[in-house]
Write a new protein. Structure first.
Length: 270
């Protein structure tokens, strides 16, 4: 593991059993990459290439069939407080208010009430939840629910934040708003972020680097460096010629994998 690397994935291969067909599926094959401390890295690739599986393995929710995953040079053997996860679904507790949802992880950690309230207050302000502290999830829009889920994860101050298509279920305008706010927020915090998405535009704007996965079994096809530093990225970046070339490269790289997968599926059916 190189100096400064927070996440180290080495030669990870993973099989799983389809619960409906009982067929053994090779999801990931010989995947290796590293993510530096404080870096924002996105993962994109065709549907079914193992992006979410990879995130769950790093979270410790599953164990790889082969290979090794290390965080801070310690092997991942299960979930831990050094890693926090934000899911695509609005994974917040319906019987708790916004305030108490955000404080939930801190309560589990045994953080004293006064300190807990200070932390919750900070993240409510950072993530734009002022005025919603006493609302219940059923009173919130999808975008607000996802803000709560993000605040709850960040409040526990994990070294690594794992995000599994957190904006996929949102409407386009809300998704753009949260994407831009997450980019700004990442500049204020020191967390390392690994972000899975189907959206090339989202990955291109958010990621300091983007990992492009092949069709299943997922392998690392390439890792592409963003030409625009994070502090300079905003909506105007979308019109920058260097950014457009970078974004188009990512699009063509993913598209080639999707087309190959579609062709192979057609051949198998014929």
């Amino acid at each position: 593991m190189e100096m400064g690397s927070q996440i180290c994935v080495r030669n990870v291969t993973h099989f799983y059993t389809n619960r409906y067909t009982r067929e053994t599926v090779l999801a990931l094959k010989d995947v290796s990459f590293e993510v530096d401390q404080g870096e924002f890295v996105c993962i994109i690739g065709p549907s079914g290439c193992g992006k979410s599986t990879l995130l769950y393995l790093i979270a410790g929710l599953m164990k790889p069939t082969m290979g090794e995953i290390r965080v801070d040079d310690r092997p991942v053997t299960g979930p831990g407080p050094d890693r926090g996860m934000v899911f695509q679904e609005f994974a917040i507790l319906p019987w708790r208010t916004v305030w108490r949802n955000i404080s939930h992880g801190l309560e589990i950690q045994g953080v004293p009430r006064e300190k807990r309230d200070e932390i919750v207050r900070r993240y409510i302000q950072l993530i734009g939840l002022e005025g919603f502290e006493n609302k219940y999830p059923y009173e919130l829009s999808g975008g607000m629910k996802q803000r709560v889920a993000l605040a709850r994860t960040l409040a526990c101050n994990p070294k690594v934040v794992l995000m599994d298509e957190p904006f996929a279920a949102l409407d386009v305008q809300t998704r753009i708003t949260l994407r831009n706010e997450l980019l700004k927020l990442s500049l204020q915090l020191s967390n390392t972020i690994l972000f899975v998405t189907h959206s090339v535009d989202e990955a291109a704007l958010l990621g300091d680097r983007v990992i492009v996965m092949t069709k299943r079994p997922g392998q690392v096809k390439e890792i592409v460096q963003n030409p625009i530093p994070r502090r300079e990225r905003n909506e105007r970046t979308l019109e920058d010629p260097a950014f457009i070339r970078y974004r188009n490269h990512l699009f063509q790289s993913v598209r080639a994998e999707v087309q190959t997968a579609e062709y192979e599926e057609l051949v198998q059916r014929s």
